[in-house]
Each structure stands twice: as structure tokens, then as C-alpha cells.
Write a protein that binds this ligand. Structure first.
Ligand code: SF4
Length: 349
């Protein structure tokens, strides 16, 4: 499926009343000012016509803004929607800031997608993170968004205090059950001047290592693929603001790529589970998957070569994206990614 085109605007949460333990609002949002209606109009005029595209108002909690302010932004996008130049509006908000009336207001104003910053569906994780709501609130918000006919996106975090890789992957499965189509996954980073930074410095909190975060997000990506969810982001957007505020944690500018490579590597290892490595064999893959097979700085390729010295890797234009074929003498086996993800998820349960 082609990637959906988005025209993003960031609306900083000025004076957010909440106290999430990991949040440094400046580092996360950068030093940005709220856009004006004129700026939105100008950007929309320069945006290519695409009836599938959405204008997005990101920045945490759109529905916490006064209604008049929400309307100010939504109405700025209305002429482009009426003219068929874009398909709708996307907003992001907190689960405890949506109810049926809010969703109906959003839908009437042209909103098509709501992204909820759920972070976790576990009560201990939510409490430790200072999110200020219960899992039931997040679940109800997801269902309310879907019942209003809006497309649902869910944002999840990994590595928060009390979180585990198992809880993280179960959160993906729960998101799917609640009707999510889109997913964002952010490993927790320790940023300066946050409660988490103080806990880290006192030895009361340890973030995931990069390897742990990649492995955790690999399983979340497998769960998402198995359930047909589209992951629209993995890992925080690299920026100078984040890098200068970073105290510790699994930050990597190409984090999402590392996770996708890890998924591919796991699929290969599963396909080659019974392979007698003393025999020559060939692993065929579609050319489009070459970057995943090679990996960041060819790390995956080197590991495969070391583990399977008699295995030849060869691209095959007839194989669909995500597929692998292993041939060893008379033996041949095919692995199709979605089916493999579904099989992997079933084995967890
Ligand atoms: S993460 Fe929490 S503290 Fe930070 S802007 Fe969002 S609601 Fe406010």
C-alpha cells in the first residue's frame, strides 16, 4: 500500500497541566510556534492535490485546547477538503480528552483520523509514568473514536517503569482488538530535567538498551504485521533538540530501520531453522527487501554470512515483497511475511 501523504503541523502544548515522568515538552516538540490560519492556508495551497492525504495537527492533546482554538485550526483546513484537494484532517490527543460528543464535533469539522497517545494498556505502567488515567479510559477512548466512524491510531511507548516486552507486544494486540489501524511506537528516552532523569541518576530507573528496545519493538512490529496494523513511526524523530536533551536511553537516528531489519532477520532464522549448514544452499529474496537483508552498515549480512557460510543470497524479481525462498538441493521452502508473523504471534499465546 502506498504511503499516505500527510501535511503536518505541530501545535505545542503550552503549559500542559500533566506531569508525565518522561516528558520534556521542549525537547519533544522542538522550539516551534503554533501555526497561524494564514500559514496553514499557504501550505495547503502549495500541497499537491491528493484526495487520500490528510492535514495533521500533532502535538499531544488537540482536544484539550479550547473549542474555539480547535475550530480555528479545523476551519483553516476546511476549504481544501471542500475542494477535494485533501481527504481530511488528523489530530492527536490524550485518551482522557475524548468522549462521544468530542468525537462527533471532530467528525463534523472534517477530522478523519484520531491518534491517541495511549502509551500502555497496563495500570502499573500508566501510574508509574504519571499519565493520569486508567487502562479502561484508554480502551473506552479507542472504542469511542471507532464508534464515531473515525480512523484510529494508537501511540505506544516501551521501556517505561514497570513495562516489560511482553506487556508491550500485548499492547499492540490490544490496540488491534480495539480497532486501531495505525500505530506509533516510541522507546522511552531519558531526557534532562524530567522525573525519569532524576530516577535514572539515583539508580531507580534503567532505560532499555538499544538492543533491548530493538528486540522489543521487533516483536511489536511482528504483532502489528500479524494483525494488519500499519506502523507509521518507530522511534522518536531525530533532532538536535532531542540529542542535546538526551541523558540515556535507546536513541538511534535510524531506529525504525533497525527494527525492520531485526524482523527480517528473525524471519530468515525461522526459515533456516532446520538447515544443515554444512550443505550449500541459496536464499532468494525480492530486490525491494535488499536493504533489510543487508541491514544497517551491512551488519545483518555479516551475521548471516558468519552463521551460514555456505548460504548464497540472491535476489529474485518474481518473489513478492516480504517473501523468502530457501533452496537446498531438492529441498525448497517458502516464507511469506504476514503468515510468518501470524504463526509467530500464535506461538506466543
Ligand atoms: S507527554 Fe504528558 S506532560 Fe508531556 S505534553 Fe503530553 S500530556 Fe503533557
Amino acid at each position: 500500500m502506498a504511503k499516505q501523504r500527510i501535511l503536518p503541523f505541530f501545535i505545542p502544548m503550552e503549559g500542559c497541566p500533566y506531569h508525565c515522568v518522561y516528558c520534556d515538552q521542549v525537547a519533544i516538540s522542538g522550539h516551534v510556534a503554533s501555526p497561524s490560519a494564514e500559514e496553514i492556508t499557504v501550505a495547503l495551497a502549495a500541497f499537491p492535490t491528493d484526495p487520500q492525504a490528510e492535514i495533521a495537527f500533532y502535538g499531544g492533546s488537540f482536544t484539550c485546547l479550547p473549542r474555539s482554538r480547535q475550530l480555528y485550526y479545523l476551519q483553516a483546513a476546511a476549504p481544501a477538503i471542500a475542494a477535494g484537494r485533501i481527504g481530511g484532517i488528523r489530530i492527536s490527543t490524550r485518551p482522557d480528552a475524548v468522549d462521544a460528543a468530542t468525537c462527533s464535533f471532530l467528525q463534523e469539522a472534517g477530522v478523519t483520523t484520531v491518534e491517541l497517545g495511549v502509551q500502555s494498556f497496563n495500570s502499573k505502567v500508566l501510574a508509574a509514568a504519571g499519565r493520569g488515567y486508567q487502562p479502561q479510559t484508554a480502551e473506552k477512548a479507542c472504542l469511542t473514536v471507532r464508534e464515531a466512524g473515525l480512523r484510529l491510531g494508537v501511540q505506544l511507548m516501551t521501556g517505561l517503569p514497570e513495562d516489560t516486552p511482553r506487556l508491550a507486544r500485548e499492547a499492540v494486540l490490544r490496540s488491534a482488538e480495539l480497532g486501531a489501524e495505525l500505530l506509533r511506537i516510541y522507546p522511552t528516552l531519558v531526557l534532562a530535567d524530567t522525573a525519569l532523569a532524576a530516577w535514572y541518576q539515583q539508580g531507580d530507573y534503567m532505560p532499555q538498551s538499544l538492543a533491548e528496545a530493538v528486540s522489543c519493538c521487533r516483536d511489536m512490529a511482528i504483532a502489528a504485521r500479524a494483525k494488519g496494523l500499519t506502523i507509521i513511526r518507530m522511534g522518536i524523530n531525530p533532532s538536535a533538540d532531542v540529542e542535546s536533551a538526551l541523558v540515556a536511553g535507546p536513541y538511534h537516528p535510524a531506529f525504525g530501520g533497525l527494527v525492520l531489519e531485526a524482523v527480517k532477520k528473525a524471519q530468515i532464522i525461522d526459515l533456516l531453522a532446520d538447515y544443515d549448514t554444512a550443505k550449500a544452499a541459496t536464499l532468494y529474496f525480492p530486490p525491494v527487501d535488499l536493504p533489510l537483508i543487508w541491514g544497517h552498515k551491512r551488519a545483518s549480512l555479516q551475521q548471516l554470512t558468519a552463521a551460514y557460510p555456505l548460504l548464497t543470497l540472491q535476489s529474485d524479481t518474481l518473489l513478492p515483497r516480504g517473501s523468502l525462498r530457501w533452496v537446498c538441493g531438492e529441498e525448497s521452502r517458502l516464507s511469506q511475511e504476514t503468515y510468518w508473523c501470524q504463526k509467530t504471534v500464535s506461538a506466543w499465546q
